[in-house]
Design a protein around this ligand. Sequence first.
Ligand SMILES: [Fe+2]
Ligand SMILES: [Fe+2]
Length: 277
Amino acid sequence: MKARITVLSENSVIRPRGLIGEHGFAALVERGKEKVLFDTGQGYALLHNARFLEVDLASVKKVVLSHGHDDHTGGLAEFLKTGGPRDVYAHPALFHSRFREVPDGPPIPIGIPFTRHYLEGLGAHFHLSEEPQEVSEGIMTTGAVPRRTAFETGDANLVLGCEHGSGPDPISDDLSLIVEGGSGLAVLLGCAHAGLVNILRHVQTLVPQKPIRAVVGGTHLGFSSEEQMQGTLQAMASMGVDRVGASHCTGLAGSARLREALGDSFFFAGVGAVLEL
Ligand SMILES: [Fe+2]
Ligand SMILES: [Fe+2]
């Protein structure tokens, strides 16, 4: 069955008029009659961009959250307010307190900006699991991703709040979404804090009978070491993914590196980008 992915929130826009960019990510997945929202952006752009792209968010009853950072969960309350109870799929660590350390000043809070209680009052019905979850036929989460590669080391500036321990945040809740299209799989990334290569290899073990045809979303390569970039490019070269729409925390320089290495396989997955497979 064919699948279609539309980017609704991202740092940049790829159409000439009317759309809003924000530091964040959200995309709509359509497969047959099923619609699933993946992440909700920072909260400024989702509803506006959906209206402009003629996406009826009120008819979307399922949302998957890649992880608890506010640039992926900040639009959740406004989305819930568009109507009706919603199934929300994520990892149990979604509500951990998170911070970004900065050189001059106190750590900046970057966790989910709502309490579970508040979201449930707006109609959220949470399905929290470390394991892969089937969201609907042909659409499943990866669950927690095993961290296997040596070169995907995470982001040392991201730390946990005290009630869940202190020090580096492993972002154990980082999950991706697997969508079965007509020609193979698409993998939607939030920030890929688990490491892009770790994620894609995990997907291959979860669905070994289908090839990964497309990757869309944040790779965090914009915040990673040169060693991680090199290791990722080498691994990607052997995976043969046809379409790579890296965006968000890939950064402009990181996107340029991927474009150079992957050629026409690479595309800018800004707001308004549509991928069909
Ligand atoms: Fe992000
Ligand atoms: Fe993140």
